[in-house]
Design a protein around this ligand. Structure first.
Ligand code: PEP
Length: 249
């Protein structure tokens, strides 16, 4: 099992308006959140400043992406330096929507993560298999290949949280069973032990994502290698997100 603090991230994706986000922030500000949990939310880029100015400091802010290197002539991109400048502490890389809709590959993702880390952003590194890959018995192969994309590029895992997010569970309402998630989390930890180090394997938090909600989180949180959650849909509802944050206690 891991030794790290429970971690819950909310990925707001491409959702929200100034008004809906101000309501969500107000709900988060008034929620009771257990002390012993790292809580992070990832608004769309254009609302990060609004959220940073209005959200309690106890909740840290993540971006949903960052450019692969230093800023410059890269139209439409946002650099890690700019994210640090605006008060962001984290960035998500390797999310399945970026892998499978935008077409980012393992090495590109690994390089983006490495650059973000070099600028002192912490990284939520996502991995996960598609349904056909699971059905073909390739879940571990796919996850290990994606992990290798990170491992090939980063020099330290201290500021990385791994999110196992089976693609078939994301936004589908089909959550992995606690046993299915635990099986992959244990395999990921074992991969880290063999391919990085025993220390990194025990210290790196491995969180689960994919249709986590206020009702299914407690059973998942009981599993020994589930160190927290990355939450999409349910993170847009403040009170439900608070239930997920508090699910380990
Ligand atoms: C996600 O996109 O990271 C995610 C887990 O989404 P959802 O909770 O909506 O399945």
């Amino acid at each position: 099992a891991g030794t790290g603090k429970f971690f819950v991230g909310g990925n707001w994706k491409c959702n929200g308006t100034k008004d809906s986000i101000s309501k969500l922030v107000a709900d988060l500000n008034s929620a009771t959140l257990e002390n012993d949990v790292d809580v992070v939310v990832a608004p769309p880029f254009i609302y990060i400043d609004q959220v940073k100015r209005s959200l309690v400091d106890r909740i840290e802010i993540s971006a949903q992406n960052s450019w692969i290197g230093k800023g410059g002539a890269f139209t439409g991109e946002i650099s890690a330096e700019q994210l640090i400048d605006i008060g962001c502490k984290w960035v998500i890389h390797g999310h399945s929507e970026r892998r499978h809709i935008i077409g980012e590959d393992d090495q590109f993702i690994g390089k983006k993560a490495a650059y973000a880390l070099s600028q002192n952003l912490k990284v939520i590194a996502c991995i996960g298999e598609k349904l056909d890959e699971r059905e073909a018995g390739k879940t571990f192969d796919v996850c290990f290949q994606q992990l290798k994309g990170f491992a090939d590029n980063v020099s330290s895992w201290t500021n990385i949280v791994i999110a196992y997010e089976p693609v078939w569970a994301i936004g589908t309402g089909k959550v992995a069973t606690p046993e299915q998630a635990q099986e992959v989390h244990a395999a990921v930890r074992d991969w880290l032990k063999k391919n990085v180090s025993a220390e990194v394997a025990s210290e790196t938090r491995i969180i689960y994502g994919g249709s986590v909600n206020g009702s299914n989180c407690a059973d998942l949180a009981k599993k020994e290698d589930i160190d927290g959650f990355l939450v999409g849909g349910a993170s847009l509802k403040g009170p439900e997100f608070a239930v997920i944050v508090n699910s380990a206690t």
